[in-house]
Design a protein around this ligand. Structure first.
Ligand code: GLN
Length: 506
């Protein structure tokens, strides 16, 4: 059942296995569709009737946005399980992409009623695609391959090229043609990704072609029945909400979801740890990985201010005039993705050099550095907000400097954390572990929303305080993670003894 492509000698894509091109471009197009649509979501919900929008209040739109992004990553958990037990990674990615595309096609239909149905499809499809495509990247490298971190850095660049494309294409179409054309472009992007995926699938050389721990025929039947029941319940609730029989108020729901997701993370992690029949090395490696997950959740809690309070800061307190040209607020959002694309080659080379010099990959240490650098961006915002509080509009380079620091932090942590999950998880649980890991995105996004929700954008004197708190929180957690990482570094280097399982199984 070993799905790992023996790829040590394959260097056809910038020194990496050819399968990385397949995954790079598929994820690039998927992210183009995801971010392209996501950038318009709050605008579409709050736009007036004349503008063709849904006329929701800002509070409802913000809560729906938070629930949507939270659910997209939450569904990675069942998505990862289905890949490990039922579909295998390759099929999970394909089915996921098809469901996402259907979601965007539904959103492109110009009626209000299609909105939530389209979103539900995107949530379900992304749950199947996102963790499993990240896990497939890991399958391209053997256990000790020093190129793994650099491979994830390249893959991460694909994610961000996709998001830049999405912001520009969907943003342009919305302004010049209309909302539903922009959603349609997202569907076309995902479609191109799927065609590319099917045409280049052989490059994966069988990685993830089969489920890692297949279910018994009986188990398969039960799983399909469970999927059917779940979809029937979902359809019923959606139907009842549409005809007004039940009313779902998104604001209180969003508040409880943060707690629920954190609990589910803990329970699932503990379940795999205690019930997964793990060897002692595998258990030790999971402790090292837990540190990476905690760092990831804290990182996104700070970083995701980009879409909320920092977006408002760009709109209201930044002098966006260059001569007679006004920089559109939304452009600041794409600074992060552009910086990632520009800085990735540098980071990929850096990880290769560190890999050659240090035997230890020291994931925890890189994550701690990422957290501290991200937090230092809030030091810049702390001063910028003080200027703003004194009644001045600040120059754009304050925000740009913050986004630069956030991006450097992200490159130290985010692709590295994906690489850590792929190396430190027991291979037969890799899909599920990626799903558990994407839960840290959910938790981070929701906590960030709650933090930003506590402050009133019209009260600029509260801003330095908000940013000061995130700075102290980020540096504090980063320092603790760094200290613990000095210990877990040893655990990261324990050999995986999955082989024993394969021998037993053979
Ligand atoms: N930009 C990254 C991605 O799309 C991380 C997303 C996140 O919210 N954590 O994969």
């Amino acid at each position: 059942m070993n799905q790992e492509a023996s790829s040590n000698s394959d260097t056809s894509f910038f020194g990496h296995p050819a399968g990385l091109t397949t995954l790079f471009f598929t994820e690039m197009w998927e992210r183009m569709s995801y971010y392209g649509m996501r950038a318009l979501l709050v605008l579409y919900m709050t736009a007036s009737l004349q503008e063709g929008g849904l006329v929701f209040t800002v509070a409802s739109a913000a809560a729906i946005y938070g629930l949507y992004t939270g659910s997209v990553y939450f569904m990675g958990l069942p998505g990862g399980w289905l890949s490990d037990r039922l579909f295998g990674g390759q099929k999970a990615v394909f089915y996921g992409g098809v469901i996402i595309m259907i979601g965007h096609i539904v959103l492109a239909i110009p009626t209000d009623g299609s909105f939530f149905i389209g979103l539900i499809f995107v949530v379900l499809g992304t749950g199947l695609l996102k963790p499993n495509i990240a896990a497939l990247v890991g399958h391209l490298y053997s256990e000790g391959d020093a190129r793994r971190d650099a491979g994830y850095a390249i893959y991460y660049m694909g994610i961000n090229i996709g998001s830049v494309l999405g912001y520009f294409v969907c943003g342009w179409l919305q302004l010049n043609v209309g909302w539903h054309y922009a959603f349609g472009a997202a569907a076309i992007g995902m479609g191109i990704g799927l065609i590319q995926y099917k045409m280049t699938e052989p490059k994966l050389k069988g990685a993830g072609a089969e489920p890692a721990e297949p279910l018994s025929p009986e188990g398969r039947k039960k799983t399909w029945a469970a999927i059917g029941i779940f979809l029937a319940i979902l359809a019923t609730i959606t139907g009842l909400a549409y005809n007004g029989t039940i009313v779902i108020d998104p604001v209180p729901v969003a508040q409880y979801v943060a707690i629920a997701f954190t609990l589910i993370f803990v329970v699932y992690y503990a379940y795999i740890y205690f019930m997964g029949n793990l060897t002692s090395n595998e258990k030790s490696r999971l402790w090292a990985l837990l540190l990476v997950c905690v760092a990831s959740a804290c990182f996104w809690s700070g970083f995701e201010q980009a879409g909320s309070s920092m977006n408002l800061f760009a709109r209201d307190y930044t002098d966006r005039m260059i001569g007679s040209f006004e920089i559109p607020t939304a452009w600041f959002q794409s600074a992060n993705a552009l910086f990632i694309v520009a800085l990735t080659p540098f980071f990929a080379a850096l990880w290769i050099n560190i890999g050659k010099r240090w035997v230890s990959p020291a994931y925890g240490i890189k994550c701690a550095v990422g957290l501290i650098v991200m937090a230092s961006g809030f030091l810049v915002m702390f001063f910028a907000a003080q200027y703003a509080a004194s009644g001045l509009k600040v120059a754009p380079y304050w925000l740009i400097t913050t986004y630069f620091l956030h991006t450097v932090g992200e490159l130290c942590l985010s692709p590295v954390a994906l690489s850590a999950v792929s190396r430190l998880s027991p291979r037969r649980f890799l899909g599920q572990m990626m799903g558990v890991f994407t839960l840290t995105y959910s938790i981070g996004n929701i906590i960030s929303g709650l933090l930003a929700g506590n402050f009133d954008p019209n009260q600029v004197d509260q801003m330095p305080n908000l940013y000061g708190q995130i700075l102290v929180f980020g540096v504090g957690i980063g320092a603790v993670v760094l200290l613990i990482a000095l210990y877990t570094r040893k655990l990261e280097n324990l050999p995986a003894d999955d082989d024993k399982f394969e021998e037993k199984a053979a």
